[in-house]
Design a binder for this molecule. Sequence first.
Ligand SMILES: C[S@@+](CC[C@H](N)C(=O)[O-])C[C@H]1O[C@@H](n2cnc3c(N)ncnc32)[C@H](O)[C@@H]1O
Length: 391
Amino acid sequence: MDYAEVYLKKNRREAVSEKSPWIFSGAIEAVREFDADGQLCRIYMGQDVVATGYINTQTNIAVRVLAFGEAEINPAFFAGRFEQSRRMKESLLAGCTDAYRLIHAEGDNLPGLVVDKFGDYLVFQSSTAGMDHLRGMVIEALESVFSPAGILEKSSSASRRTEGLEPISRVHSGTIPDEVVVEEYGLKYAVDLLGGQKTGFFLDQRENRQIIARYARGRTALNCYCYSATMGLCMRNAGVATLHNVDISEDALKLAARNYELNGIVPGEGEFQAADVKQLLGEIPKDYYDLIVLDPPKFTASKRTVDAAIKGYKHINMTALRKIRSGGLLFTFSCSGLIDAELFRKIIFYAAKDAGRDVRIVRQLSADVDHALSVYHRENEYLKGLMLYVV
Ligand SMILES: C[S@@+](CC[C@H](N)C(=O)[O-])C[C@H]1O[C@@H](n2cnc3c(N)ncnc32)[C@H](O)[C@@H]1O
C-alpha cells in the first residue's frame, strides 16, 4: 500500500511532539501522493518523517497516528501490538477471567480499533475509514497471534457516520455460536456475540460488579439498566436480601435469565422487570431501597445533545436518591465520553441538592484495567461512576 505524505505547518510541532494520536486538519500544511481517504500516510516535519498513520481529509481529525517515527504498517506490525497488549491484559487479569478487551483504540496505540476476546472468540470494531482499509491486516494478525475459533466484526459505532461509513456485521473466520460462555471471578456469563449489545458483554464494568457485590449483603436492591444482570448476579452471589433487575429490552432479560440458570441461581418474584427506568423510578415509594445501581446507556454521542443528556442524568439520579433509605448506597455511572468526570460530579451535586439529600462520595469508579488510557490522550476516557452514601 502506498503512503500519502502529510506535511505539518512549521509552527505546529506540538501536533506530534506531545504524542497525541490525533492530528487535526488545521495543523496540516500540505498533503501529497494522496489517493483516497483512509490511506496510510507518513507525517513530515520539514524533511523528517515524525510519525506514521492514516488520513481522512473529510474529518476534522485528519490523521490518526499508529506509530511515532517511520514504521511499516503490515500484519507483523499489528501482530506485535496484539502480543504486547495480550501480555499486559493477561498479566493484569490473571486468574480473574477469560474475557477481556485486548485493544482499546488509542489506549492501546491503535486508533479506530477495538478488539474484545471472549474465550476462543474475537470480536472487533473498526470506527474509521483508515482502520476499515487495514481490516485484512488486522484479521491476518489476529489469526496468527490467537488462532481463534472465530473472528466477528461488529463495526457499528456512531462515529462511523462521521467518517462516511456504513455499519458492518460479518463473520470473517471460523464460526460464531449463538452463545459463548465466559467466566469472571467464578461466575459464568452467557455472551450473545452476534445479537448482543456492543461487542456482546460489558467488560468495562468487571471490577465495579465486584465492588457493588461487596456492599450488597442483606440489602434491598434495584439494578437499573441491568442488561444481562451481571451486577445483579454478583449481588445475589453476595447475599443481597431482595433484588429487582430492570431493563427495557426483553432480549437483555432473556440473557439475564440464562445467566442465573448457568450459575444455578433461581430468580425470586419480580427479580426481572421489563420497564422504562425513568418511569419506574417515578412510581417507587420514597425511601424504599437501600442500594440502587444506575448504569444507563450513552445519553449523548454529539455536542448538540449534551444539554439534554445533562438533564437526563440529573433527573434519574435525583429520583433515585429520593427512593434510597438513610444509610443506603447509590452506584451511578455515565458512559457518555462527552460528559467528563468533573461535569458528572456537578450533575450529581445538583441531583442531590434537588432531592434534598445529604450525600457523600465514598468512591470514584472507572472502567476496569483492560480499558487502558494513553497518558497522551484523554478522549477515550468514557466510563465514570460514583459510589454515593446517602446520610
Ligand atoms: C450500559 S448498558 C448496562 C450494562 C449492565 N449494567 C452490565 O454491566 O452488563 C445499558 C442498558 O440500558 C438498557 N436501556 C436503555 N434504555 C432504557 C430505559 N429507558 N429503561 C430501561 N433500560 C434501558 C439497555 O437495553 C441496556 O441493556
